[in-house]
Write a protein that binds this ligand. Structure first.
Ligand code: COA
Length: 163
């Protein structure tokens, strides 16, 4: 009963609860704070009404999720996509659902004109890195020796900007 009958599909607003539940489970599994299913579902309902935020669900009942955001970029005619989240529940891993979700996310981004898709991965997450590298993602530009690094800074947290 748990096998998907079709490939991953882009969600409708009625399915925000499933997306929220999976994203909440993702953060709980990895000990990352989560605002909870109710808040996530409310946020997703607003976000998915936009045309630059896309969620996909895979499995029946849903066992995996991909969340994509698109933004304009001066170097491309079309938008650049970011795969913000990709998650498959532990008991369904290793059976191709993550690969299906990634392929469906790439297709959905391509249909919206995106020319590049980006993914941030923890450096020590060798399983996820192997997964993405096997699917054609690289963290080194051609001709460069050093991997790209992701820098971030939380704004408005009250800390002092260095002089
Ligand atoms: C990464 C993830 C989405 C892959 O989904 P999946 O359905 O297991 O993917 P597939 O069955 O298509 O491919 C299996 C591959 O996933 C990778 N993988 C990453 N984490 C894994 C895990 N905990 N268990 C099994 N496979 C995992 C492996 O590289 C495996 O390939 P291998 O045969 O070389 O070991 C899923 O494992 C997951 O949700 N992991 C935890 C969350 C995460 O790391 N998300 C990615 C953030 S960038």
């Amino acid at each position: 009963v748990s096998e998907p009958t079709a490939g991953p599909t882009v969600v409708t607003v009625e399915e925000v609860e499933s997306v929220a539940r999976l994203l909440d489970a993702f953060n709980r599994e990895f000990g990352t704070p989560t605002p909870g299913v109710t808040v996530l579902a409310q946020r997703l309902a607003g976000l998915l009404a936009r045309n630059d935020v896309i969620a996909l669900l895979g499995g029946n009942p849903p066992a995996g999720v991909a969340l994509l955001t698109l933004r304009p970029n001066v170097w491309f005619d079309g938008p650049v996509a970011m795969l913000d989240e990709l998650y498959v529940v532990p008991e369904r891993r290793g059976r191709g659902l993550g690969s299906q979700l990634l392929a469906a996310a790439e297709e959905a981004a391509g249909e919206l004109g995106a020319e590049l898709i980006e993914i941030n991965v923890d450096g020590e997450d060798t399983d996820a890195r192997r997964f993405h590298e096997r699917h054609g993602y690289a963290n080194v530009d051609p001709g460069q020796a050093e991997p790209q690094l992701y820098y971030h800074r939380e704004l408005g947290s009250g800390d002092q900007r260095p002089q």
